[in-house]
Design a binder for this molecule. Sequence first.
Ligand code: ADP
Ligand code: MG
Length: 461
Amino acid sequence: MNQRQVLEEKWEAILSFVKNNYGISDVSYRTWILSLSIYDIEENIVNLVVDDSKINANSINFIRDHYSSFIMTAIEEVTNIHYDLNFILKSDIKRIEEDKKKKDSGSYQTNLASTFNPLYTFDTFVVCDNNNMAHAASLAVAEQPGTVFNPLFLYGGPGLGKTHLMYAIANFIVQNNPSKKVLYVTSETFTNDVVKALRSGNTAVSSQEMREKYRNNDVLLIDDIQFIIGKNTTQEEFFHTFNEMRDSGRQVIISSDRDPRNLQILDERLRSRFESGLTVDIQPPSYEARKAILSKKKDINHLDDVSDEILEYIATNIKSNIRELEGALNKVIALSRLQKKKLSLELAQEALKDIITPDSKKVVTPELIISEIADYYDITPQQIMSPTRSHNISLPRQISMYLSKEMTDLSLDDVGKAFKRDHSTVHFACEKISKALKDPSKKEAEEISNVISLIRKKLNS
Ligand code: ADP
Ligand code: MG
């Protein structure tokens, strides 16, 4: 039996393992997990098909985010083999098979996960202030590989679009230049290959297989290089591969979670080589960028029922990472589909309550109210507390008393104590302000009502 048959045979057991061990509800299990089937196995990656004739194509991200690790663990438990997972859409299979045919006819190498990820292209990449340099450099390299910036070194925090840009470059070259051989690998794959070569008794550098796989390309993309750097043999192997490629004018593109200056590079020559090309960073997205990215996802996935209000809610509350931004949008959509509820801000809040914790509300006290009112009237809290009866102080004082009674659970007596007055003074102030609010013809009514709503808003009640 080949690996695939083994996996097919055990698929049911794998799914049961997922269901029984991770507290997944029946509905979720039926909706997401049962919609998966095995497409094939490539190296150590299992390609799973998401049946988008049954569920929204956008669910692919949701499934990836929520269930990959469960499924991976289950496969390992049941088969004793560790595989990585990749998800593909049923509707993409035809194109994938065509690509495969091309590959077999030798026109290009499809050892390129990007052919499985048509979502990561320049078209789907939103260009904003935080990433425009990285985008421009990537596009330039994609248009003229090996000539402009070599190597291209992209760096930035997690979930900011490094992998997306690398795939975009790879997709672009393969589409516009089918004769070019392009190889995208993660550092993990590279490391595994080095280890494999060593195990088979070869010193990695001289391993024929390694040479063929890595140096035989026009374009090599290595993602998340920080995992290679610092590992002696792997780094050395990489250094050789890199030099050979670069010296013969072939393009190398590298990504990392940090600036090359901050990598623990064992060999200084490598550092200076990295810096001989172009190094560009990707910064965390601004609010505008976050909103633009969410809008783009909405368009791409035809999520017409997602309102701007929901997008703004997500963009406001999830700040650091685009992957989380997308995850949040997917969560909202998943909840609405699962509960068959219309999308609304309330539903979004419900779906994201574990991720977005509202800023803890300030505890409203008379002191806080006094300080806000004093601020507003440009007087001091001491003046509000003082015995003075002048109108410009007594009105703010009465408003403070009114709000203290309205916005806290304190009794008249307790509010009185906070103002060093007795309860009848507080009672009188409350009456006066309520009357003023009810009678718009009264002098200062408008002012009072404005102040009150302003302070209420500010104290978040
Ligand atoms: P990294 O590799 O930097 O950790 P990824 O490239 O995996 O991040 O990006 C995380 C997710 O955010 C991906 O789904 C990607 O498509 C999306 N993304 C990141 N930047 C952008 C962007 N500028 N426009 C659209 N989607 C983006
Ligand atoms: Mg990445």
